[in-house]
Design a protein around this ligand. Structure first.
Ligand code: DGJ
Length: 736
């Protein structure tokens, strides 16, 4: 049993072969945190870890006891106001104006498996033996309210998931001002915080900062998880690198506003809290009402960052993503966006598809511009019926032509948005977020539909379902191209406006639920101006996500490298696009563009008809290559070897489950001159298997490749070799 309860000390020890997590009911009956780290032996009494000393100035909770102060005790789900001076996990406003709460242990339950979360995405089990869950009920008798803290430990993964459920069992009218998914107090501050940060087209750069006293946090108040900060942080020890050392990962399964915060007090205790951002969130909790927080997935690794990432990859690939595509290699697609933008008609699209079909591409995706009066980004959003001037045979006719070519057909929607110049807005202006008597900001000329209103969600579902039912659609790209502003819902009263942003996200999830349940044959790819909603919440519905609007191969090295910190290769949309690149105007070789895009859900995003026959031949070969190796790339074990954030070389690799095949991606953006010889130590190979190494055309044992390394030296200094120069890439195929 991976969860032990020691009755005499009221201690819970959650452990598997990788880590231990120990909490206990403290002297005042609140829940205390004792340990989270490498697995340790279990025993009855860990009370000595509950360090207490009388400290001047402290507010003490127990009469006659100068040592028991919540300011100094490490806790699991703290509140402010009874001695703890740090930021809380929960804040409840009561009828008398007080925020003071006292949640004490009431009962607990240990169950096999993992309960699902109502209306929210979460990791799951397929068999109850895969995980065990501890449910601890805390109760505040003054406000007759309970909190159920839920902890699930996976049997064979270094994963602990947490969430909180709050229910008003009394008669008071309460208001939840803050309800974080988790909080943990760690006994020291000797960590660096890793975050994935950026902006549109440069998402998820890896950034490290040493913890300092006070607060360090990342967050989103944009209504989506955002291109700016991903809902993930890790705390790593200073000596932790990709291969060795201790790191704790925290990842929030949510797609809206969030806060991930580490507060270090002046006694060097680090409090990590994560959940829905409390700003602009208020949730009235009347008699009998409840609130469920999203889930946080915590991963422990004492073998460095690669091991942490691989744990997230396994879990998110197999126990977060769902549906028939979860375990399937992903279709190689061509998307017309960068090829045509809004300037297309049926003939143009069919011609691209015909060329694609000849090159072995499997799926044609029609992007933005096919509906309503959409000639530019000024009009049409919300009118999800085909523009018959551009597509006289509608989507059904076009999709039939694509199917007749022997390809599959996919289509783009942006369900949450509306243009003022649309039939939808003209009929239902009240369905848009608009604050009374205030100006409403637009983003890309568009406005946000009120998805907290179920009527709006149902209406959009109806339009989408009709298009799907009338056509042959096997793939949908669901886009979302602006942040939210002037959020106010006309169907909510004044007291409920603080619920709107969360209810909006629940509306998005509900639409996804209806679509994925009723059209299980469709592969969904989420997208939000590229990677503004690349988060675990989305992965539950859409097993792949458009990683970034930046399709330049060199920029993509950083974007895909950073994204791999949490998300599997099978989730990263990656396409070969035209040169000069449309975002950075760079000219990179077609080979390099493909060598980068292979490490994702591969495709093309250009007008294939404009390519020379040589280029088309190269693409034919690339498609054949990807078909041969996509199983290994998308479902193998991924390793980061050299970081694009640290130098001129990037190296990553994947190894097949049976360790018989590995592919090393080597990228060197700028040609250097007269450099020394270079080697990269590989990872994950079988030390005793002999691999044939392509390019070098030699045979070596795995132990040599992992300890001596793979030679990656460049020729420079006069010996002008074919293919070398700027933007070089090489793929080494290792085969037993
Ligand atoms: C933003 C997406 O990221 C692009 O790929 C494309 O679909 C455009 N929107 C279309 O408007």
């Amino acid at each position: 049993m991976p969860i032990q309860y020691h009755k005499s000390t009221q201690t819970f020890h959650l452990y598997n072969e990788y880590f231990s997590y120990i909490i206990k009911v403290m002297k005042n009956q609140q829940l205390g945190q004792l340990y989270y780290g490498k697995r340790i032996n279990d025993h009855e009494n860990f009370d000595h870890l509950c360090e207490m000393k009388a400290r001047p100035m402290a507010a003490c909770a127990i009469e006659g006891d100068l040592t028991f102060s919540l300011e100094h005790l490490k806790q699991e789900y703290p509140s402010y106001g009874s001695g703890d001076m740090r930021h809380p996990a929960i804040d409840i406003l009561q009828e008398n104006g007080s925020h003071i709460v006292h949640f004490i242990y009431q009962s607990h339950e240990i169950i096999m498996g993992k309960p699902s979360l109502k209306n929210l995405p979460a990791t799951y089990v397929e068999d109850n033996q895969e995980a065990t869950t501890l449910l601890v009920t805390l109760y505040d008798e003054v406000i007759e309210t309970k909190i159920i803290l839920s902890y699930t430990i996976y049997e064979n993964l270094s994963v602990l998931t947490r969430n909180a459920y709050i229910e008003n069992c009394g008669t008071q009218k309460l208001v939840l001002n803050q309800a974080m998914s988790m909080s943990i107090d760690l006994p020291d501050m000797e960590y660096e915080m890793i975050e994935l940060t950026g902006a549109w087209s440069r998402e998820r750069s890896i950034r490290n900062r040493k913890l300092e006293h006070g607060i360090q946090s990342i967050y989103s108040l944009r209504g989506c998880s955002s291109n700016n900060f991903n809902p993930f942080i890790a705390l790593k020890r200073e000596n932790c690198n990709e291969y060795d050392g201790e790191v704790l990962g925290f990842s929030l399964v949510y797609s809206g506003n969030f806060l991930a915060q580490v507060e270090v007090d002046t006694y060097h205790v680090s409090r990590v809290t994560m959940g829905i951002h409390p700003h602009a969130f208020t949730w009235p909790l009347n008699q009998g009402e409840s609130f469920q927080t999203p889930e946080v997935v915590m991963v422990y690794s004492c073998h460095g960052l690669n091991a942490m990432s691989q744990t997230y990859h396994k879990l998110y690939q197999k126990r977060l993503a769902r549906g028939r595509y979860r375990d399937q290699v992903r279709p190689i697609l061509v998307n017309n966006w960068e090829g045509t933008y809004f300037d297309f008609n049926e003939d143009k699209l069919v011609n691209i598809a015909k060329t694609a079909q000849k090159l072995g591409i499997e799926l044609f995706v029609l992007d933005d511009g096919w509906y309503g009066q959409r000639q530019s980004d000024n009009a049409g959003l919300g009118d999800w019926y085909p523009n018959l001037e551009k597509l006289p045979n509608g989507i059904s006719g076009l999709s039939q032509k694509i199917i007749d070519l022997g390809m599959n057909f996919g289509i783009w929607f942006e369900p949450e948005m509306v243009n003022k110049d649309s039939d939808l807005y003209r009929t239902h202006p009240e369905w848009t977020f608009e604050t009374p008597n205030r100006h409403t900001s637009h983003g890309r000329n568009q406005y946000v539909l009120d998805f907290s209103n179920p009527e709006v969600v149902d209406y959009i579902y109806g339009l989408m379902a009709k298009v799907i039912q009338e056509s042959h659609i096997t793939y949908i790209k669901w886009d979302m191209n602006r942040c939210m502003s002037e959020v106010y819902s006309s169907v909510h009263n004044a007291q409920d406006q603080g619920k709107v942003m969360h209810e909006y996200i629940l509306g998005v999830y509900h639409l996804y639920d209806m679509l994925t349940a009723n059209f299980p044959e469709i592969l969904f790819e989420s997208c939000a101006s590229g990677g503004a909603r690349f988060d675990p919440g989305m992965l539950y519905y859409a097993p792949q996500c458009w990683t970034s609007d930046d399709t330049d191969a060199i920029e993509r090295l950083k974007i895909q490298y950073g994204t791999s910190m949490v998300y599997p290769i099978s989730s990263m949309g990656a396409h070969v696009s035209a040169i000069p690149n449309h975002q950075v105007f760079r000219n990179t070789p077609l080979k390099t563009r493909a060598d980068v895009a292979y490490f994702g859900t591969f495709g093309y995003e250009l007008d294939l008809c404009k390519l020379s026959s040589d280029e088309q031949q190269q693409i034919l070969e690339q498609v054949q290559f990807m078909k041969k190796y996509r199983e290994v790339i998308q479902f193998g074990t991924f390793y980061r070897l050299k970081s694009p954030f640290e130098g001129n070389e990037t190296v990553w690799m994947v190894v097949s489950q049976d360790q018989n095949t590995a592919i090393v991606g080597y990228y060197r953006p700028l040609q250097e001159v007269n450099q020394g010889y270079r080697r990269v130590q590989l990872m994950g190979l079988d030390p005793n298997k002999k691999y044939h190494v392509s390019i070098h055309n030699i045979d070596c044992y795995g132990d040599e490749l992992m300890n001596v390394g793979l030679m990656t030296s460049d020729s420079s200094c006069g010996e002008n070799k074919d293919g070398e120069g700027d933007y070089l890439s090489r793929l080494y195929i290792l085969q037993v």
